[in-house]
Design a binder for this molecule. Structure first.
Ligand SMILES: *Cc1c(COP(=O)(O)O)cnc(C)c1O
Ligand code: SF4
Length: 348
């Protein structure tokens, strides 16, 4: 039911009260360039009376996207340059990305793959999937396959089960990791059958983890929390990824509430991403200095298990690295405590 009522056109967004009639011409221009989808579950979280609603800002298109800043790139983290076969991105020695499809439940206005997502024709054919799996099977140095997209939980449960079984049959793999926004964007899609499909066969010596993409505590609705519980109860270890977004979660109170809600729902915060240089997203970017200040504030407020690592994906494809803050000053032989006070500490 929720799938049928996904909003995709400016006229539908206006009829639902999510944009004003005056905004329609700009949104019609956006939808010619970038994919648009707002699920019923996401639409129900938006307060139509609040022009700055953080859920609207993430998913409802706006005129700001028509502005491409000079530093922005169609392929901001160099996926295409690191793709040896269709559907594989290989940047690190021990792990690869597998992108079986480029379809998502919602299209995020800040998406780093926004120039490519939404193309149903980009779904791997059986022959292409076989070639991608052969690439993995032929490289014993690979230990992990990260299944992303698009959103892999848009696949039917039997396709997911088939993919997990085929990966589990590759003897050198230790880990399969799914990345998905479905638990928050279309929580009813996380059926018991889907949760069961993610589990590796009993005989396989491999773990399947899932990283949930979520940016605001209000996205963890009653339905979303129930979806996370179905996954955790099925024995799937859960991680989270959050993108730091101006006007959405660039306040310590919001990040604090999000990280605590995740831990309470058995999700271990993993990464806080500095936004990539995707086209038409400059209105979402804070400075790295602001991100570091937020991370320092979180360190003083939250349990260690609620702390994500703040990372930047280096433009061009050199990899992801933590961008601090750091607490140890080597030159001054000084360590900073969570309250911001310096303490001398001996150099080794
Ligand atoms: C992000 C990414 C990964 C996974 O990186 P982790 O730091 O292990 O989460 C792997 N391969 C590529 C190409 C990536 O972009
Ligand atoms: S779900 Fe992920 S891949 Fe899809 S639009 Fe959002 S950020 Fe992009």
């Amino acid at each position: 039911m929720s799938r049928r009522s996904t909003l995709r056109r400016a006229a539908e967004l206006a009829a639902a009260g999510l944009i004003s009639p005056a905004e329609m011409p700009a949104v019609e221009r956006v939808e010619k360039v970038y994919a648009v989808a707002v699920t019923a579950a996401v639409a129900s979280l938006i307060d139509p009376a609040d022009p700055d609603d953080p859920i609207r800002r993430q998913y409802v298109p706006s005129a700001a996207e028509l502005v491409t800043a000079p530093e922005e790139l169609n392929d901001p983290i160099g996926d295409l340059a690191h793709s040896p076969v269709k559907g594989i991105v290989h940047r690190y020695p021990d792990r690869v990305l597998l992108t079986p499809l480029l379809v998502c439940p919602v299209y995020c206005r800040f998406c780093f793959r926004r120039a490519r997502v939404g193309d149903a024709d980009a779904t791997l054919s059986e022959a292409e999937l076989e070639a991608a799996l052969a690439y993995v099977a032929g490289r014993p140095e690979l230990r992990e396959v990260v299944i992303t997209g698009g959103d892999p939980l848009m696949l039917p449960p039997r396709r997911i089960e088939d993919l997990v079984r085929r990966l589990a049959a590759i003897p050198h793999l230790e880990l399969v990791r799914f990345h998905s926004r479905v638990p928050v964007a279309d929580p009813e899609r996380v059926s018991p059958a889907l949760a069961a499909a993610l589990r590796p066969p009993e005989s396989a010596d491999l773990a399947v983890w899932l990283a949930v993409h979520v940016n605001h505590p209000r996205e963890l609705s009653t339905l979303a929390r129930a979806a996370l519980a179905r996954l955790a109860d099925a024995g799937i270890p859960l991680l989270s990824q959050t993108v730091l977004l101006k006007g959405v979660n660039d306040r310590v109170e919001v990040l604090d509430a999000l990280m605590r809600a995740l831990v309470r729902n058995r999700v271990r915060p993993y990464y806080l991403h500095h936004p990539d240089l995707a086209p038409g997203t400059s209105h979402f970017r804070t400075s790295i200095a602001e991100g570091r200040a937020l991370m320092r504030a979180l360190r003083g407020r939250l349990s260690g298990i609620a702390q994500p690592t703040y990372v930047l994906d280096i433009p061009g494809g050199a990899g992801k690295v933590p961008v601090g803050p750091d607490y140890w000053d080597e030159a001054g032989a000084c360590v900073t405590d969570p309250a911001g006070m310096g303490h001398p500490y001996r150099r080794d």
